[in-house]
Structures are given as C-alpha cells and as structure tokens.
Ligand binder design. Structure first.
Ligand code: MLT
Ligand code: MN
Ligand code: ZN
Length: 306
C-alpha cells in the first residue's frame, strides 16, 4: 500500500492566518527552521496507485490536489484519483473539504460512523448542503472491528476502532462523547499483511488502542500539542489539550511515554500538529527529544510505502 500525507497540520494550518506565535511568525519570516503544512488529511492506495481513498477532507484539499499528481484527472474529461472519502470525525478541519468536491459527477462515496453522520446532517449540515450539488453515497463505518473495503481501491481493507477523544464543538455530544465520535483506522494490505494505524485525534490511552498500535508496522497518530497547557500558556484558550481530545506528547502519561512502550519495529509518526507545537521547529530541543525516542514528524508530501 501507498500513503501520501496531504496535510500534516491540525485545524488552522501552519502558519495559521491570524497567528503570530513563535512558530507562525518564524516560518513566515524565516527565523524558524520549519516547513508550512496544510490541514489534516492523508490518502491511501492499494495495488494500483491510481485510485485513492481520502482519509478526511481538509479545507485545503484543492491546494493538496494541486501538489499531488496521483490525485489529478488523467483518464477522461472529468476524472479524479479520489475514489471515496473516509472521515475519522466530524471536525471542520476533516470535513469542509467535501464542499470542494461538489463538482463530482456521481454521488460522492463517503464512509463515516453514525454519530459523525448525525453531526454532518445537524450541527454542521455539510451533507444536506451537498445534496444541492453531487450528494453523497454514504456508507456506515461500524465500530465493532469488522473490516470494510472501498470499491476500486483494491488490495487494502479498513477497520475502525472508537477512540477516547472529543466530538466537534457543534456536536450534540460534544460534552458527552458517544462511541464513534472519533475513530482510529487500521489499514491492512491484503497481500503483504502489513498494517498502518491512523489516529489523528487521540485523547487518551487505552488497551484496545495500544493493541492496534502494537499490531501495526507504522502508526500515524495525534501530534497536536507538546504540553497539556500549550494553548493556555499562549493565552489562546482556557482549555487543555486533553479537554479538547488530544493527548500531549510530553509529561507523565503523554504520547512519548506511551509510544516508547511499543515494539521497536513499529514506525512512529506524529500527524495533525498544531501550529503552536515546538516540534515544528526542526532545531528545537523538543524535536531533538522526539528524534531520540525514534518518533518522526509528518510533513505535507510525505510518502510511505508498505
Ligand atoms: C481539533 O482536532 O481539535 C481541531 O483541529 C479543531 C479545529 O479544527 O478547529
Ligand atoms: Mn482536528
Ligand atoms: Zn501559531
């Protein structure tokens, strides 16, 4: 299977349009060694590398398609390498790109859980609006571990696991999470048996997630914040990372501690990185610490072959 990181940033992107934090200002004026990143999405292909599944539809999708030849039309007048879309939650950074796919000729094949579907009909009614354009052909993502396939994208299977995280602010279950608000996806190559685990919004550790990570050859997991009080420290929010469903990397019980317990053969990559996170600065001590732990930081255009 092939994976392309289309956008490695969290909501807001990097630099964020209205942000003057050290990273955002520094990447604009060249004083920080970092690369710009668009908002959160990856795509995956199985045995043909012509038909791809989009995992999350980023608001930056048009820019992402422009920089990814694999997704561009090549076979007929109206065409796309995107065969379907799977959503891991109903957040703005993962869903509003659906609007940009409205010129799709047939209904857009879309996989999501029931709670996410509800949010996209009610709190953030993208799917209702899309009915005035291409509409979607919605398929249910079950969270009982059963596997599913995407037509046209041969050679890979998907299986979802409900995660401890947070639904979007406009969700009717923002304060009382329900299973399926956020999922992690295991993608398995049917021929080689190799697996990737993708979980850009992961708020807490538990045994089921740890098991999925141990079984994977490569994980792409929540890299939003370095510290739990990162947004409070910048006086940008009163909420901790955990409050909004993201496990910070540092500190007791943090992501680094957790990932250090994984078998050594698991390739560990952080994704969905917030613009305030010091790991974006390639010269920072925090980035050096990650490197010592054998943890990589995803960037737009990163390609993974398994
Ligand atoms: C999140 O995952 O918490 C989001 O990136 C927030 C957002 O998109 O505003
Ligand atoms: Mn997000
Ligand atoms: Zn910033």
């Amino acid at each position: 299977m092939q994976i392309i990181v289309l956008g490695a940033s969290a909501g807001g992107g990097f630099p964020q349009w209205n942000c003057n934090c050290r990273n955002c200002a520094g990447v604009r004026n060249g004083s920080v060694k970092a690369v710009v990143r668009t908002q959160s999405s990856i795509c995956v292909s199985g045995d043909n590398c012509q038909d791809w599944v989009l995992l999350n539809a980023s608001p930056d999708i048009l820019q992402q398609i422009k920089s990814t030849p694999e997704l561009q039309p090549g076979r007929m007048l109206r065409d796309s390498g995107i065969a379907g879309v799977i959503l891991v939650d109903g957040q703005i950074d993962h869903t509003t790109g659906l609007y940009m796919l409205r010129e799709q000729k047939q209904r857009l094949p879309l996989w999501c859980t029931d709670p996410v579907y509800e949010d996209l009909i009610q709190g953030n009614p993208i799917l209702k609006v899309l009915e005035h354009y291409c509409g979607v052909d919605r398929q249910v993502v079950a969270i009982n571990g059963s596997s599913f396939e995407i037509p046209k994208v041969g050679g890979i299977t998907f299986s979802a696991l409900s995660l401890d995280s947070k639904a979007a602010p406009y969700s009717s279950h923002r304060e009382q999470s329900v299973p399926g608000d956020n999922i992690g996806l295991t993608i398995t190559d049917k021929f080689s048996g190799r697996r990737v685990f993708y979980a850009p919004g992961l708020g807490a550790r538990n045994d089921a997630v740890f098991q999925r990570m141990c079984e994977a050859d490569c994980i792409l997991v929540d890299g939003t914040f370095w510290t739990d009080d990162e947004m409070i420290g910048w006086e940008l929010s009163s909420k901790t990372a955990r409050d909004i469903g993201h496990l910070p990397q540092s500190g007791k019980g943090g992501m680094m501690e957790w990932l250090s317990e994984l078998p050594v053969h698991v390739r560990k990559i952080l994704i969905h990185i917030n613009n305030t996170n010091p790991i974006l600065d390639e010269a920072s001590p925090q980035r050096a610490e990650l490197t010592r732990y054998g943890i990589e930081v995803a960037h737009d255009g990163m390609r993974i072959s398994l």
